[in-house]
Design a protein around this ligand. Structure first.
Ligand code: ZN
Length: 350
């Protein structure tokens, strides 16, 4: 098993603080590096418990108005989803769209990948985070798996996929109605490409899968949350986003190979994380489930889910994706991953 290094450096910042009558103040930052990719994140203990300043509080009246107004013209509500959403060409799918329970998968009007279907998750136009039930989430993933199965059969080139969620405008969604998007392409997009390259190097150097090593090393540690079936849940040492939680599958890396139970267990974990986010006052989130077609990598990749919270929704909210994230590709840590994991652990014991 390859030994994983969780590297960080401490950096002292000295300044004369106007809030302390211009006395000299010292803040000790911690700059962390992701053990696989080296991606940095920074924690300033002075900002701990200051989530309110960064993310604000959801304006419930504004959200109510937004939900009401957007429901009137929603393409995903009621009959509109049948009348106004695209259909696949008959050579791809004779049914035109893929349905699993309330989930309905169809092509995007403006694709951002070789394949880019959208999955309307449910009939409801708006859900609180605790209302994303495992069944509802599972229907979305089952539809995604059906799609990738067809895409693989039709197209030997397509290999790299991500099933993603943007919930509400701060997360980049253009529609309020709960939905997923899926990108499937012959080339991995940047983040997945960097991950696959680093995984191959790890495999070559250590003869093991980095993800297996990571799960083994983190198990029982301060960032370990728990297990749902074949998925290990933990918080990443150097997160990509706020309140990030990740799940790693024990063996498989291809969505098409995941069983109904795998998707059910994944969905049950996501539902627990979302319900916990609700207790923190969050409403907007993103997640991605990354997948690689069997035989297209060296066996080191594992199906991986990453889920993060986004900015809360209120008038004139400040975007949480600024120079640090966009142009320096680093994240600000408000709640340390170890504390987040500790709080989530009890949610995974039920
Ligand atoms: Zn709707």
């Amino acid at each position: 098993m390859g030994r994983i290094s969780f590297d960080s450096i401490a950096s002292d910042v000295r300044f004369l603080n106007p809030m302390k009558d211009f006395a000299e103040d010292v803040q000790t930052l911690q700059i962390r590096k992701d053990p696989l990719l080296g991606d940095t994140s920074v924690f300033n203990p002075g900002l701990k418990d200051k989530a309110q300043i960064f993310f604000g509080s959801c304006d419930r009246e504004l959200i109510e108005r937004l939900v009401e107004d957007t429901a009137k013209t929603c393409f995903f509500c009621g009959e509109a989803v049948h009348k106004s959403t695209p259909r696949f060409t008959p050579d791809f799918s004779s049914e035109g769209r893929i349905r699993v329970g309330e989930a309905l998968l169809f092509p995007n009007l403006f694709s951002l990948g070789t394949y880019h279907p959208v999955i309307r998750l449910c009939d409801a136009h708006f859900l609180e985070l605790s209302e994303f039930t495992p069944d509802l989430l599972q229907n979305g993933f089952l539809a995604a798996r059906k799609f990738i199965h067809i895409a693989y059969a039709k197209d030997p080139e397509v290999a790299y996929a991500a099933v993603t969620a943007n919930y509400l405008f701060p997360a980049g969604a253009s529609l309020v109605h709960p939905h997923l998007q899926m990108i499937a392409t012959p080339v991995p997009y940047s983040y997945q490409a960097r991950m696959l390259k680093a995984l191959s190097s790890w495999q070559e150097e250590n003869g093991t899968s980095y993800f297996d090593d990571l799960a083994a090393e983190e198990k029982g540690g301060p960032r370990y949350i728990g297990k749902t079936g074949g998925w290990q849940w933990l918080t990443p040492f150097s997160p990509l986003g706020n309140n990030e939680v990740m799940a790693i599958h024990d063996d498989l890396g291809d969505l098409d190979a995941l069983s109904d139970d795998d998707l059910n267990n994944l969905s049950s974990g996501i539902a627990k994380v979302l319900a916990y986010y609700e207790t923190l006052g969050h409403l907007s989130y993103n997640y991605a489930l990354y997948s690689v077609r069997q035989g297209r990598e060296d066996g080191s990749f594992r199906a991986l889910l990453k889920i993060i919270t986004r900015q809360n929704l209120y008038a004139n909210y400040r975007n949480d994706d600024y120079f640090l994230q966009k142009l320096l590709q680093s994240e600000l840590i408000i709640t340390p991953p170890e504390e987040l994991a500790e709080n989530l652990r009890s949610c995974f014991q039920t």
